[in-house]
Design a protein. Sequence first.
Length: 198
Amino acid sequence: MPNWCYSRVTVNTKSKSDAQNLCNLFNTWLDKGKDESDFKEDWLGSIIKYSGIGNPDTEGCPRCRGRIESLEADGTMLQFTTETAWSPMLKGLQMVIDKYAPGSEITYLSEECGMEIYFTNDPDLIGKIYVDNWTDEQDYIETCNDYEESIVRDKLKKALPLMDVENMSFDDINSALNEANIDIRVHRWKNVPIDELE
């Protein structure tokens, strides 16, 4: 059973018609492949296969184990989320978008806590902090993907009152939280271009 990587993707196209056309194509391809995978009508491989990028079962084809959801055209943007096995798997989608909506820009954020993936190419998020909070104690800090570092450190003083949170690395803070049995983890978003993803 894989760890699931969650990605939120925005495609900024050149026009409303480009965004709508891309959305319609994605939906058509997803419908064609609905019986070819356990993912049914949400299988990411359908887009790769029916767009002409490649056959998901062959070597050299971009990885596409997962699903695409919440597909929506909004003005000049196409937005969707993906849930993929272990990593973002956005290279194939980049190839499809380059082919069918040339000149479009893709921004994404991906997180998979088990593999410590906190990747983005969004300039508004690079360097900011992602916080996972699985506790009932939302008083410490809420789950959020765009905290400033100073806010995170200030709020974590409540969770770790005996620690010098201001001068600790995030690895040390996560270790201290783990030792205290507090299910909160903090991570800095890492800038990873899509072409550098698996």
